[in-house]
Design a protein around this ligand. Structure first.
Ligand code: NAP
Ligand code: MG
Length: 404
């Protein structure tokens, strides 16, 4: 086609596994390539290719994101023992998302995709609640032990000069018990604060943050103080200019306010809070298949993906030749987000606009009653039809042609 939208810098494209790999190819073929002269640097992160390259493929993809700035990733299998057998792996490779996040740093923002007809369990939630999870430290990098009866635990901090500070934790008299040591770093918390504040400005949404600093007067208090320092020193003016607000309160108070809210803000969460609350928020909005996700690094790199996995159960049906009705919306949004960001960074208005229209086309299809099985089951529209995986993508293509 002569008048396809041109690109400048390539996108870093990371292919993946199972049903999402099937969807990936169809989304490109039916929704992107007819409209965009797609330029990508392609990395196959499918498990076979990770095995063939001893996981070098993942590392090279992360390096390419550092080079180009924007990536889009398909869901991938994180190997467990079953997968090691299934794919004859020579190693239990780490999660590609974990490897990429470790190389880029930054924060994952997850936001639900809202459509008419799918009513959240909390009906007052009219706008998306975006969860930002601090993906470093706390209990995810803990040291813990069982303590026998009569044992005692102390916290010992050794300074660079060898000086020791010893703090009693507990003496276990007459009972066994447990003890746990956790840590975080100023550097990681600062970087988390910056990612959240930059994303709030980028998306023009208020930023909420809560910890348990009334109880944890040093540990959680440090999070609160660092956020406030970063805000005062670097973001207060920019928030004012953008007409948005930074809001800190106790985590309990935040939870109560979130439930009563209309949505439409970013909720920064400590690691554990983010782990738990993101599942709660995703479920409350109706479907994991309608969650988008973006990793934003403090150096300004962006990686877009769907929040769900490879949808293995549907893939097994697909491989048997049975019909499937797998929701491609979060994968389409990943492409849309990446193309929009690429367009913004390269000053290509048409490309950025295309990303937005791709999202609108998805919403139009579903609000017009065309949807995959997962949404069909929960949609309250009177007129609705359930489509198979590929028909849904074709229907989005129809709507896209109508608005482009
Ligand atoms: P999953 O792929 O998210 O799927 C779990 C269930 O959720 C599916 O069986 C399906 O339910 C429903 N579902 C999820 N996405 C859907 C979609 N797009 N359309 C319709 N239904 C959808 O999680 P999993 O089965 O636990 O994990 C499968 C593989 O994905 C694992 O190997 C895991 O390592 C990997 N994973 C990767 C990522 C990532 O790359 N970011 C994230 C999570 C998991 P029904 O069967 O009831 O229809
Ligand atoms: Mg979780």
């Amino acid at each position: 086609m002569a008048d396809r939208i041109k690109m400048d810098t390539p996108l870093v494209e990371m292919d993946g596994d199972e049903m999402t790999r099937v969807i990936w190819e169809k989304v490109k073929e039916l929704l992107i390539e007819p409209f965009v002269e797609l330029k990508t640097e392609y990395f196959d992160l499918g498990l076979n290719e990770r095995e063939r390259t001893k996981d070098e493929a993942t590392v090279r993809a992360a390096e390419a994101i550092r080079r180009y700035g924007v990536g889009v990733k398909c869901a991938t299998i994180t190997p467990n023992e079953e997968r090691v057998r299934e794919y004859g792996l020579s190693e239990m490779y780490k999660s590609p998302n974990g490897t990429i996040r470790a190389m880029l740093g930054g924060t994952v923002f997850r936001a639900p995709i809202l459509v008419k007809g799918i009513v959240p369990y909390i009906p007052t939630w009219k706008k998306p609640i975006t969860i930002a999870r601090h993906a470093y430290g706390d209990i995810y990098k803990n040291t813990e032990a069982l303590v026998p009866p009569g044992g005692a635990a102390e916290l010992v901090v050794t300074a660079a000069d060898g000086g020791e500070t010893r703090l009693p934790v507990h003496t276990f008299e007459g009972t066994a018990g447990i003890v746990q040591g956790v840590h975080n770093t100023d550097e990681s918390i600062e970087s988390f604060a910056r990612s959240c504040m930059a994303f709030a400005i980028d998306t023009r949404q208020d930023l909420w943050f809560g910890t348990k600093d009334t109880i944890s007067k040093t540990y959680d208090r440090r999070f609160r103080d660092i956020f406030q320092e970063v805000y005062d020193a670097e973001y207060a003016d920019r928030f004012r200019d953008a007409g948005i607000e930074y809001f800190y309160t106790l985590i309990d108070d935040i939870v109560a306010r979130v439930v009563r809210s209309e949505g439409g803000f970013i909720w920064a969460c400590k690691n554990y809070d983010g782990d738990v609350m993101s599942d709660m928020v995703a479920t409350a909005y109706g479907s994991l298949a309608m969650m988008s996700s973006v990793l934003v690094s403090p150096d300004g790199y962006y990686e877009y993906e769907a929040a769900h996995g490879t949808v293995q159960k549907h893939y097994i049906k697909y491989m048997k030749g049975e019909p499937t009705s797998t929701n491609s919306v979060a994968t389409i949004y990943a492409w849309a987000g990446a193309l929009r960001k690429r367009g913004e960074l390269d000053g290509l208005g048409k490309l950025a606009d295309f990303g937005l229209k791709l999202e609108i086309a998805c919403v139009k299809a579903i609000e017009g009653g065309v949807m995959t099985g997962d949404l069909y089951e929960i949609s309250r529209l009177d007129l609705k039809q359930k489509t198979d995986t590929v028909t849904f993508i074709l229907e989005v293509g129809e709507r896209l042609r109508g608005i482009i």
